[in-house]
Design a protein around this ligand. Sequence first.
Ligand SMILES: O=C(O)CCC(=O)C(=O)O
Ligand SMILES: [Fe+2]
Length: 387
Amino acid sequence: MVIYFTNQTGNTTDASVSSFTSIPVLDYTQALSPTTKPKFLAQLRDALINVGFLYLQNPPVSVATQDALTQKGFELFRQPLEKKLEIEMVNSPHFLGYSRLGAEITALKSDHREQFDFATELPAPGPDEPLYRNICGPNQWPDETAIPGFRQATEEYLSEVDALSASFTALIAESLDLPPTAMDGVFDEPQQHKLKLIKYPLPPSDQTSDGAGFQGVGAHKDSGFLTFLLQATPHRGLEVQNKAGEWVSAPPLPNTFVVNIGRALEALTGGVCTATTHRVSLRQEYFIDADGKPLGPRYSFPVFQGVSMDLSAENITLVVPDHIRDLVKDDKVKSDAEATFNKMFKTSIGEGTLVARVTSHQDVGQRWYPDILAKALQGQKDFVSKQ
Ligand SMILES: O=C(O)CCC(=O)C(=O)O
Ligand SMILES: [Fe+2]
């Protein structure tokens, strides 16, 4: 998921800003025992406020479920192009299905990745519901005879990550000295989560790139609540921007998910939880192992935890206690978060999300939402010409 006007590449280069140089590692099992839970919550609070990213070690998603998704995911990418095109995203008004290499745009540039989007299986909205409710709807599943068990593996994975997202949300609330149920009103029942299966092929070696490496996915902040990312191969490439503007590497660590905060959670907490800019940079050396053997493509599988599409300023009641808000020293962070809140929730979050989807997946926009796409592109042009 990408932001709409992507100018968030972090222009702050003030090295005096206190800034992280690595991503904290939290052990989920510590949250389960009353003796270790306070330490876990303190580490979590620190990660939420100062980093916006963390590794969650020993997540409660079984290794068998992770392996099944990984194997089925690899099989899906190995299908011939014509099979993948049977479930191309352009067929789906719900932005679900296959996107070819280069079809998605982030920070106004094509991303060097191929991907499949699946989500919590939900019915399409009725004709009287707001247009943005079309963000939810049924999946396009691959042919069961071509990849037996694919749907089952995907749904099992989404269901275990759904349970994790609920327990982790309660832990976030507790780490902010709120009751564990404080965020309950922010979600639909059932809540849609989106799983992206992503393949980053080796970039062409003849094309020189700037110092940033070849764009796997451009610099962006995720827009939802939390993201739970499974890095399914050993490649480096994921990079997280600290407050001094430097890029910090987030390589895969065994038995962890990378968890990061999206703009909806940032806005809801008035900037206490920070949504951090990140990107995937593809460099030739990331595609070979320590012995010089090729690693093949990089694969990663993020789940984006959604929030209710109907959330708007009027129906949000979350109030973060003052002593927690005061931990955010930078007043600009708070005022930026307030501005985002006002923009994001002025009407409902669903409307902004639909515009963001249409802008990222312009072929889908052209087919299903041409008026919204035309308006969004005009808005981008106006924005760029004012820079
Ligand atoms: O592939 C990754 O490691 C991260 C992908 C990402 O940031 C995204 O899809 O929002
Ligand atoms: Fe992301």
